[in-house]
Design a protein around this ligand. Structure first.
Ligand SMILES: O=C(O)C(=O)C[C@]1(C(=O)O)C=C[C@@H](O)C=C1
Length: 355
């Protein structure tokens, strides 16, 4: 085929795609109107994570030479624009711009909507609680460094729900303003510093290490200071116009972070769900063992268990568990009822589709 005629064919296909996208947007608007009419508690939400996953699955099932990832990216943006047409979504995230949390938010919501950077996971949840934003995105756990304690503590304090889980592969980079300059100080978030500890000791053993509130905040410091470097993601280099001196500097190749989308909606079962619960047990011999027996008796698969101090009484702990299944599943609902009888405190943090 000649170049000119191939391009003409592309123009024709593009017009057809744009027409179909417009038709899709009209249908989404219609869905939005229907939801508003039949609004019942938790049912009129514009953002329906399980439906979005279903749409993506449906699209990916039609094979494309572009590959799954590309198709998913294109479609995430189409859904994002349709959702935003139904009602503009406000999303707070742990900022500033270009943090890994920002990237996780875009991976989940696409780029349409209002993204609002705030200074800590605590502030993200407070923004959602106050209703100033619809959803918040917070980091919850890194595969090498463990949990983000402030996120866990805040989930206990508020009545907000986990609506979705996002998993992001983390690639850390060494960002500088001037590639020839000496490096006296290295800034980053404490998790990122820990993820790259061995690399840093091999390459910059003398440099002072300064923890800051996020990787993107570290990049912002480097813009203003000489002889400084930041450990942050590639997105920070782009936004703050820094030079990537080294890429992929994390000590472990397998470096993932889990993020939660937090909101006020309850999500429907999708068949591939997880439920997060918190509980405290009575201070007596065998109390935790009895609780674990409840999960076992109801055939509930425990994906994770972890404890944190309650901060109310010394040496008293609150347990965080992730279960396989949805709160509406019979065995999970029964488990929750039994836990309520046996624990001092128990609360569901939400059910959400596995990332
Ligand atoms: O199906 C819906 O509930 C819609 O609002 C449509 C749509 C979509 O564009 O496919 C948009 C937003 C929702 O989060 C889920 C899906």
């Amino acid at each position: 085929m000649q170049l000119r005629s191939a391009r003409r064919s592309i123009d024709k296909v593009d017009k057809e795609i744009a027409r179909l996208i417009n038709r899709r947007a009209e249908l989404a608007l219609e869905v939005g109107r229907t939801k508003r009419k039949g609004y019942k508690e938790g049912e009129g939400a514009v953002y329906v994570p399980s439906r979005e996953k279903e749409v993506l699955k449906n699209v990916i099932s039609s094979k494309s030479i572009l590959g799954e990832e590309a198709l998913k990216n294109i479609y995430t943006e189409i859904i994002s624009a349709c959702r935003n047409l139904e009602s503009p979504t406000k999303i707070a995230f742990l900022g500033p711009w270009a943090t890994f949390t920002h990237q996780a938010a875009i991976k989940n919501f696409g780029s349409s909507g209002y993204f609002i950077p705030v200074a800590s996971p605590r502030e993200v949840l407070l923004e959602v609680e106050s209703g100033r934003v619809d959803f918040g995105v917070v980091p919850v756990e890194n595969s090498n460094e463990g949990s983000v304690n402030m996120t866990l503590d805040m989930l206990v304090e508020t009545d907000l729900k986990i609506c979705a889980e996002i998993s992001l592969k983390i690639e850390q980079c060494f960002l500088v303003k001037d590639s020839k300059s000496k490096i006296l100080r290295i800034y980053s978030h404490e998790h990122a510093l820990a993820q790259c500890r061995n690399w840093r000791l091999r390459n910059y053993p003398e440099a002072e290490v300064i923890p800051v509130s996020s990787t993107a905040e570290a990049a912002k410091k480097v813009v203003k200071e000489d002889f400084a470097a930041a450990i942050a993601g590639e997105a920070s280099a782009k936004i703050y116009d820094l030079y990537i001196l080294h890429k992929g500097i994390q000590d472990s190749r397998e470096n993932f972070t889990r993020f939660f989308v937090i909101g006020k909606i309850l999500t429907k079962a999708s068949g591939k769900d997880k439920t997060s619960l918190v509980f405290t047990v009575k201070d007596k011999v065998g109390a935790l063992c009895n609780i674990l027996g409840i999960f076992n008796k109801n055939d509930v698969n425990l994906a994770k268990i972890e404890s944190r101090p309650t901060k109310k009484k010394a040496w008293e702990y609150i347990f965080f568990v992730d279960l396989k299944g949805h709160i509406e599943d019979e065995n999970i609902a029964k488990t929750l009822e039994s836990l309520k009888r046996s624990c001092v405190f128990v609360k569901s943090l939400g059910s959400y589709q596995k990332a």
